[in-house]
Design a binder for this molecule. Structure first.
Ligand SMILES: Cc1cc2nc3c(=O)[nH]c(=O)nc-3n(C[C@H](O)[C@H](O)[C@H](O)COP(=O)(O)OP(=O)(O)OC[C@H]3O[C@@H](n4cnc5c(N)ncnc54)[C@H](O)[C@@H]3O)c2cc1C
Ligand SMILES: *[C@@H]1O[C@H](CO)[C@@H](O)[C@H](O)[C@H]1NC(C)=O
Ligand SMILES: *[C@@H]1O[C@H](CO)[C@@H](O)[C@H](O)[C@H]1NC(C)=O
Ligand SMILES: *[C@@H]1O[C@H](CO)[C@@H](O)[C@H](O)[C@H]1NC(C)=O
Ligand SMILES: *[C@@H]1O[C@H](CO)[C@@H](O)[C@H](O)[C@H]1NC(C)=O
Ligand SMILES: *[C@@H]1O[C@H](CO)[C@@H](O)[C@H](O)[C@H]1NC(C)=O
Ligand SMILES: *[C@@H]1O[C@H](CO)[C@@H](O)[C@H](O)[C@H]1NC(C)=O
Length: 538
């Protein structure tokens, strides 16, 4: 006997199945099809469009996604993944991607080198796609007019290498880690060991090319001075997609000198004296000298099982050792710098030295885009405007020893940094700042328990330092992205202005309002947004 109504149910069931199949299971498939269709209309034959758009089912999707993840905290199965990754090959692809993403209501995250400390170039709590700039990395160095065009997806190492290929006596004053991307680094106000002589990366910009929220490709002249100012340190991702910068090259001598001197608190009575005095000397000494100080809790070498503090001074001097040693003999005798600790080399060799390559490494290593190893990590930042007293340093040592793993990096300011007006670029931390601190913690254990422990350590160190550093606002450095200091949770309305004000004043001080005015003028619908973007003020 036939079940009742079976013959009438079958066609209905079939219809239902067909109806369900016509829906794609994940939102990504429909977004993917829509994006491919839109891009095909705007730029390329579909066969070519499908070469620059990756959906999660693509066997290369994870490889492409992970290729520029630089913090293992964001390499977990629970890290939110993009719906699509777009990898433009030419400028017009970027323009089309912006227009199409906007038309389809897709939230874009822009990634160049992927070094964002909080991973916000490739992670988001909202559904999102990644615009991945790594293919756009050509570099054109012109020694004649002392400039270079460099595309956003190039790394600093590639830029330094291309400059060195053409001249041994030019450089560009940008970051120390060669795998950092130009797009995020420069638009965030990048600094490196030439900052006391030449200022920041953004103090040496001549021109730029961007794609704005309407998909237009603009250069400095067509974008206007306001927008050019904004992307010179205000973070690119709030304003558009940076395609390239034209940078000004700066002269460096044929021979520079570097040194690293380490002092252990429990071995040298002068360690605290040296650190104390460093705070006055490093920001005021000869502008040819940049000194960084690492403060780390380490195992004692003299008392088994005990921890102590190691203070290491790493320096770059734009000149010979003979000129350097007398300067520090006179100004910072507590360091006890000896000529034998100084190493003379070419500027490009000093780039390799700072990146911890041994001295037999050829400069071609700068063309390697992936770092040798990755860690789980968290960074925070502070500015010091008054020297920390010896008693407070002693207290700080005890705190760091008891916490166990959180360290500090001091980067001396002064020199050129103090001559440039705080309003010249969005980066406001100029005269009056002795040095910047990076709070730093690394770990290698997987899992949320380890993460919780290490995050709470660095946060406690940060809380402890509050009375010792800048206040009202407690300033921070945009490129040391730290979501602890405030985030935007709501893309629109006055709420997001109030939220943006919290981190915005810390990163940009008095420049925040101008950034908001420019943002509101160039991207009123807040298409270019992220957890810490510049808000629109309605
Ligand atoms: C190992 C390491 C060393 C570092 N050393 C230094 C240093 O010496 N000096 C220093 O100043 N900083 C340093 N930084 C910080 C670094 O400058 C910032 O993280 C910088 O933003 C990284 O740029 P990116 O393109 O690699 O990062 P990404 O993660 O790709 O981008 C960072 C931010 O910029 C946005 N962005 C990226 N590309 C574009 C674009 N083309 N257009 C618009 N917006 C874009 C992203 O959306 C994101 O908000 C270091 C970071 C690391 C991890
Ligand atoms: C994955 O996507 C890339 C880029 O669009 C494309 O070139 C490739 O053919 C895709 N591979 C597969 C297996 O679909
Ligand atoms: C990232 O995570 C994946 C999956 O757990 C793992 O296979 C890969 O090795 C990780 N990457 C690194 C650099 O550790
Ligand atoms: C300590 O510093 C003083 C200068 O302030 C110097 O004369 C002395 O030699 C130093 N002592 C040690 C042990 O380094
Ligand atoms: C390179 O380093 C080694 C070991 O650290 C050292 O002995 C050697 O003198 C260095 N060479 C140069 C050219 O600096
Ligand atoms: C963390 O690792 C980086 C290199 O990846 C190193 O420069 C830094 O000093 C480390 N920080 C601490 C506190 O050990
Ligand atoms: C935002 O605030 C301004 C006054 O500061 C007001 O005029 C405007 O209506 C507000 N907009 C919204 C969306 O609340």
């Amino acid at each position: 006997m036939k079940p009742p109504m079976a013959s009438t149910l079958w066609p209905l069931l079939l219809l239902l199945v067909l109806f369900l199949l016509s829906f794609n299971p994940g939102a990504s498939d429909t977004s993917y099809d829509g994006l491919v269709r839109c891009l095909s209309k705007r730029v390329l034959p579909p066969s070519q469009v499908s070469k620059i758009v990756y959906q999660p089912t693509n066997s290369s999707f994870t490889t492409v996604l992970n290729a520029y993840v630089r913090n293992l905290r964001f390499n977990t199965s629970t890290t939110p993944k993009p719906l699509i990754i777009v990898t433009p090959l030419v400028e017009s692809h970027v323009s089309a991607a912006v227009v199409c993403a906007r038309a389809l209501g897709l939230h874009i995250k822009i990634r160049s080198g992927g070094h964002d400390y909080e991973g916000i170039s490739y992670v988001s709590d909202d559904p999102f796609i990644i615009l991945d700039m790594f293919n756009l990395r050509s570099i054109d160095v012109n020694i004649q007019d002392e400039s270079a065009w460099v595309q956003a997806g190039a790394t600093l190492g590639e830029l330094y290498y291309r400059i060195w290929e053409k001249s041994k006596v030019y450089a560009y004053p940008a970051g120390i880690c060669p795998t950092v991307g130009v797009g995020g680094h420069v638009s965030g106000g990048g600094y490196g060991n030439l900052l006391r002589k030449y200022g920041l990366a953004v103090d040496n910009l001549l021109d730029a090319r961007i794609v704005d929220a309407r998909g237009r490709i603009l250069d400095r002249r067509s974008m206007g001075e306001d927008l050019f100012w904004a992307i010179s340190g205000g973070g690119g991702a709030s304003f558009g997609v940076v395609l390239a910068y034209r940078v000004k090259l700066v002269p460096v001598p044929e021979t520079v000198t570097v040194f690293r001197v380490e002092m252990y608190l429990d071995e040298k009575v002068n360690t605290t004296d040296m650190v104390y005095k460093w705070q006055m000397v490093a920001p005021s000494t000869d502008v040819d000298l940049f000194m960084r100080m690492l403060i780390q809790p380490v195992s004692s070498r003299v008392q088994k099982g005990k921890k102590t503090i190691r203070a290491s001074v790493l320096a770059e001097f734009l000149g010979p050792a003979d000129r350097l040693v007398p300067i520090l003999d006179k100004e910072l005798p507590e360091l006890g710098l000896k000529k034998e600790s100084c190493m003379e080399m070419s500027w490009i060799q000093s780039v390799l030295w700072w990146a911890n390559f041994d001295n037999s490494t050829a400069p071609t290593v700068l063309l390697d885009r992936a770092p040798a190893s990755l860690n789980f990590l968290k960074r925070k930042s502070d500015y010091v405007q008054n020297p920390i007293s010896k008693a407070d340093l002693q207290g700080l040592w005890n705190k760091l020893i008891s916490l166990g793993k959180s360290g500090l990096v001091f980067n001396a300011y002064g020199g050129r940094m103090s001559e440039i007006a705080a309003t010249a670029t969005p980066f406001p931390h100029r005269a009056g700042n002795l040095y910047k601190i990076q709070h730093s913690i690394n770990w290698s254990e997987k899992g949320t328990d380890a993460e919780k422990n290490y995050l709470s350590q660095i946060r406690e160190a940060y809380r402890y330092m509050e009375p010792l550093v800048s206040s009202n606002p407690r300033s921070a450095f945009l490129n040391y992205r730290d979501l602890d200091i405030g985030v935007t949770t709501n893309g629109n309305g006055n709420d997001s202005y109030a939220q943006g004000l919290v981190y915005g004043l810390k990163y940009f001080n008095g420049n925040f309002d101008r950034l908001v005015r420019i943002k509101t003028a160039v991207d009123p619908t807040n298409f270019f947004r992220n957890e810490q973007s510049i808000p629109v003020k309605l």
